[in-house]
Design a protein around this ligand. Structure first.
Ligand code: ADP
Ligand code: ZN
Length: 216
């Protein structure tokens, strides 16, 4: 199974993508996670992209295409993958097309998670990440302790989740990434799912939608 999950920042690509990937036994390839890992490890690539990331801007296409090409050739990607947060620009989508063609691979489906803007801002500004186990929670779901519900670790805000940066990310999404919905509607077909409501219900809609397009 080879999938893309698309949607604006805060749409739930990570949460839903992780569950789908697990259900299908494929890795979730998230360029955002790869970039955060590089930043945390302080690698050369991390330093090269820090400024873009912290400002909520896109890192250069060649950088993410390089990360994805590497991930495609890892053994874990042998039976497929779910792409989360990539592609985000038309040149990235063209580059992905080349990478797939070179490997004789095709996409089974492109999923789109739809969430209204007001809700995106609310979700992202309340989002907290555990500094210990990296699980993601929302302020509204926390007890008085303010600790990670999974492990009791300290919760922090992602450096690009500050209000000002969130506005930039949403604008970048509209300008650079949203046009890809039409691109994939034409090239592969778009499977759109409402991304509001309970996490389990959204998950069920995604699975049903995939069955509906024969991608299961
Ligand atoms: P979200 O979808 O919530 O914005 P991500 O973790 O996918 O979160 O991305 C966070 C940041 O990482 C982006 O704002 C951008 O700086 C960088 N990034 C991630 N994926 C890409 C990509 N495909 N192209 C360019 N930049 C990316
Ligand atoms: Zn934790």
């Amino acid at each position: 199974m080879r999938l893309i999950i698309m949607g604006p920042p805060g749409a739930g690509k990570g949460t839903q993508g992780e569950r789908l990937a697990e259900a299908f036994g494929i890795p979730r390839l998230s360029t955002g996670d790869m970039i955060r890992a590089a930043l945390k490890a302080g690698t050369e690539l991390g330093e090269q992209v820090r400024e873009y990331y912290e400002a909520g801007k896109l890192v250069p296409d060649e950088v993410v295409l390089g990360l994805i090409a590497e991930a495609f050739d890892e053994p874990r990607s042998e039976n497929g993958f779910l792409l989360d947060g990539f592609p985000r620009t038309v040149p990235q989508a063209d580059g992905l097309g080349d990478l797939l063609r070179e490997r004789d691979l095709t996409l089974d489906a492109v999923l789109s998670l739809e969430v209204p803007d007001e809700e995106l801002v609310e979700r992202i500004s309340g989002r907290r990440v555990c500094s210990n186990c990296e699980s993601v929670t929302h302020l509204s779901a926390l007890g008085d302790s303010g600790e990670c519900p999974e492990c009791g670790g300290k919760l922090i805000q992602r450096s690009d989740d500050q209000a000002e940066t969130v506005r930039t990310r949403l604008a970048v999404y509209r300008d650079e990434t949203e046009p890809l919905l039409a691109y994939y509607a034409k090239a592969v077909g778009l499977t759109s799912v409402v991304g509001t409501g309970a996490v389990d219900d959204i998950q069920a809609s995604l699975v049903a939608a995939l069955e509906g397009v024969g991608a299961k």
